[in-house]
Write a protein that binds this ligand. Structure first.
Ligand code: GLA
Length: 729
């Protein structure tokens, strides 16, 4: 059992392979967070608590004359608002009488074998063979019958601890939830950096690292989706921690809507990190007898830098968050027509593209936007999910049959959550789109958002999708979402419940995705939101891969995929080779480099084969063979960031090493060349130090490659890439 309750000390200790997480219900029933860090033998870490009195730090009534005892300075496991802890809180409510002070006290616990689930929400699950246990600690408000159940999933061998919260209203009054964070970590000592991943459309998940300073630092989204702008994954890192050393704590939030992560550095140099649903526009009514589940946060502690943390996340995301037939299967090499044709295509053109794709060794042809309703640009048609047979010149069934006949699978794009005003659906049901009565709606890419909090809306869209999916042999679906949400107002909910709409929307999204997964278990679903605008662990529970970015430029992708790699494995990152000059940047890169970069993702193409040369076609054939050859190693090996694309180095390198050290593939892109270039070496990782490795007929000692490095070749063309395959002798 990975969870131990020591009754005498009232101490909960949660053990994973490398970490220990500890909390204690003290004499007043306050649940104190005493430790999260490197695994040790049993120890009551409350010896670290400081019995020092601080002015203006009040004490709970029960503490009597113990003025040092203050919730403001003691580390809290789940701090509540309004009762003496002035740092950022985890829970804030408003009672029927308007009071918000909430005082939570220990009221019991339960330890169960296996990992808990959350109804309607994604959650890390234990696979057969995983050791997993659940702890539920119950807290109760001193003034009302509001119960807060803290859930902990301890996945020992995965080194992951999950947290979620169930708030239960057993009182006779209506209570509003104003803020329900999924996790809170209090650190009594230490100097930390906050690592976050920021960006924008076509430039997502850029690495940012700043010192945690006095005050509150935060990232989050209020766009209705996790967003391009900040990712719901953050790291709190000991200052000085790097890839290979130093302590760090990752928190991945399994949620695809509004989120907030806050780091609060207080008057006595303590640091608190909270993460959960963004409280802006969250106002959730709990009637007597009702309960609310927060989404889940998955935490990983590493005492050996980012690399160890990343490896734990990669395994957990791949095996314990992604689900279904494809989670560990090689995904078909695809060709998507989007950048090849945009909206301008005919059935004949598609068939010609597919035929050339098949000839190059592509395995799946994906028909992107523009095949349905009236949709020759992005101004119309969304919501009308019926096939434009005039444009295709045939039925979808016939098109897919012909494509299948070429030996290719067939896939299709949808944007189920959105609606164009110029559509039949909008004419019929204008109230199905989010809009505030009396106000003109905000448009995003000319479109509005359907109210997925409403079951009838979801059912309609689901039925329309199923009709299309059943009309042809469709083995892949791209689920897109191309705007941010505002004008949040549901025509079906009373005023008192409008603050629930955004969360109900996300639950609605998950509901329809779950239904599709159940009904089409053999269909691969790729998530997308204008590229990587909803690249989060919540979506990955339903879609095992997500289109990483609408920026397909190989050089820009280095930064995007680097940032993405901190939490998410290559099997989740949609990456394609596109045409040059690149459509987003105008940059020209060798096609080999584009393939090297896309290979560290799900791998595919997004171009018009008619517009490339015979030599390039030949090269593509070789690339696909190469990808298949290295697939196992790339997808299932350990991923190492050997350099950062933000460094001054002229090369950016990363590596996939077999977990047993038997082989490694090092990919390098020369992203900056200059005359008379200096020699650079790159140090490898994950090899067996005493073993010898062969590469291009030469032999190298593992230790030498790791500790002295491997010299980089001189590039002969701009942005040249190299792949070095080292095999143990
Ligand atoms: C988004 C996606 C693209 C493409 C277009 C189609 O931008 O990210 O890949 O599907 O929509 O409109």
């Amino acid at each position: 059992m990975s969870i131990i309750f020591n009754e005498k000390e009232s101490l909960f200790s949660l053990y994973t392979r490398n970490s220990l997480y500890q909390m204690k219900a003290d004499n007043y029933g306050v649940l104190l967070h005493t430790y999260y860090g490197k695994k040790t033998e049993h120890m009551d870490y409350s010896y670290l608590l400081c019995e020092r009195e601080h002015s203006f730090a009040g004490s709970p009534y029960e503490a009597g004359n113990e003025r040092w005892y203050s919730l403001e300075t003691l580390p809290q496991e789940y701090p509540s608002y309004g009762a003496g802890d002035f740092r950022r809180s985890a829970l804030q409510i408003c009672r029927a009488n308007g009071a918000s002070a909430l005082e939570l006290r220990f009221a019991g616990y339960e330890i169960k074998e296996g990992k808990y689930n959350i109804p309607g929400l994604p959650a890390v699950y234990a696979e057969e063979g995983n050791q997993a246990d659940t702890l539920i600690v119950t807290l109760k408000d001193t003034a009302s019958d509001l119960y807060v159940h803290l859930y902990y999933g301890v996945l020992e061998d995965l080194d992951v601890i999950t947290r979620a919260v169930r708030v239960e209203n057993r009182s006779g009054e209506e209570i509003y939830l104003e803020r329900v964070m999924s996790t809170c970590l209090d650190f009594m000592y230490g100097a930390y950096d906050l690592v976050t991943f920021y960006g924008r459309h076509e430039m997502e998940r850029l690495f940012s690292r700043t010192a945690v300073h006095h005050g509150v630092q935060s990232v989050g989204s209020t766009r209705g989706a996790s967003s391009h702008h900040y990712n719901p994954f953050v790291i709190l890192a000991e200052q000085g921690a790097g890839e290979k050393s130093g302590e760090c704590y990752g928190i991945s939030f399994l949620y695809s809507g509004d989120f907030l992560a806050e780091a609060d550095h207080d008057q006595v140099k303590q640091t608190r990190l909270v993460m959960g649903i963004h409280p802006d526009n969250f106002h959730y009514l709990l009637k007597p007898g009702e309960e609310f589940w927060s989404p889940e946060a998955a935490m990983v502690y590493s005492s050996q830098g980012f690399e160890e943390m990343t490896h734990a996340y990669h395994k957990a995301v791949r095996n314990n968050i992604c689900r279904g037939k494809f989670k560990n299967a090689r995904r078909p090499v695809l060709l998507n027509n989007w950048e090849g044709t945009y909206f301008t295509f005919t059935g004949e053109k598609l068939l010609q593209m597919a035929s050339e794709a098949a000839d190059m060794g592509v395995e799946l042809f994906v028909l992107d936007d523009g095949w349905f309703g009236k949709r020759d640009d992005d101004c119309s048609g969304l919501g009308d999910w019926y096939v434009n047979e005039k444009k295709l010149g045939c039925t979808l069934g016939e098109l897919s049959e012909k494509i299948n006949g070429m030996g290719l699978k067939f896939g299709l794009w949808f944007e189920p959550e959105c609606i164009s005003e110029d559509s039949d659906l909008y004419k019929e049901h204008p109230d199905w789109a989010f809009q505030v009565p009396g106000k003109s709606p905000m448009r995003g890419r000319y479109q509005l958002v359907l109210d997925f909090s409403r079951e009838e809306v979801r059912n309609y869209i689901y039925d329309q999708m199923c009709k299309v999916l059943d009309s042809a042999h469709i083995e892949y679906l791209k689920w897109d979402f191309n705007r941010s949400i505002c004008d949040v107002y549901s025509a079906s909910l009373p005023a008192a419940r409008q603050g629930e709409v955004l969360h109900r929307y996300v639950l609605g999204l998950y509901d329809i995705l779950e239904r599709l997964n159940q009904r089409y278990p053999d269909m691969l679903i790729e998530g997308c939101s204008g590229g990587g605008g909803r690249f989060d662990a919540g979506m990955l529970y339903y879609t095992p891969q997500i289109w990483c970015s609408d920026d397909t430029d190989a050089i820009e992708r280095l930064k995007i995929q680097y940032g993405t790699s901190f939490c998410y494995p290559v099997s989740t990152m949609g990456a394609h080779v596109s045409a040059c000059p690149n459509h987003q940047t105008g940059r020209i890169t060798p096609i080999g480099t584009r393939a090297t970069v896309a290979m560290s993702g799900t791998f595919g193409y997004e171009l018009d084969p008619a517009k490339i040369s015979q030599e390039e076609k030949e090269e593509i054939r070789g690339q696909i063979e190469n990808f298949k050859k290295y697939y196992e190693l790339i997808q299932h090996g350990d991923y190492y960031r050997l350099t950062s694309p933000f460094d001054n180095s002229c090369y950016h390198a990363w590596e996939s090493a077999a977990t047993d050290g038997s082989e490694a593939l090092v990919s390098v892109v020369a992203n900056h060349t200059y005359p008379n270039m200096a020699q650079e070496t790159i140090k490898l990782r994950g090899l067996t130090p005493e073993a010898y490795y062969e590469m291009n007929g030469k032999s190298y000692l593992g230790a030498a490659l790791m500790y002295a490095g491997f010299p980089m070749p001189k590039p002969t063309v701009e942005y040249e890439s190299f792949q070095f395959h080292f095999v143990k002798r």
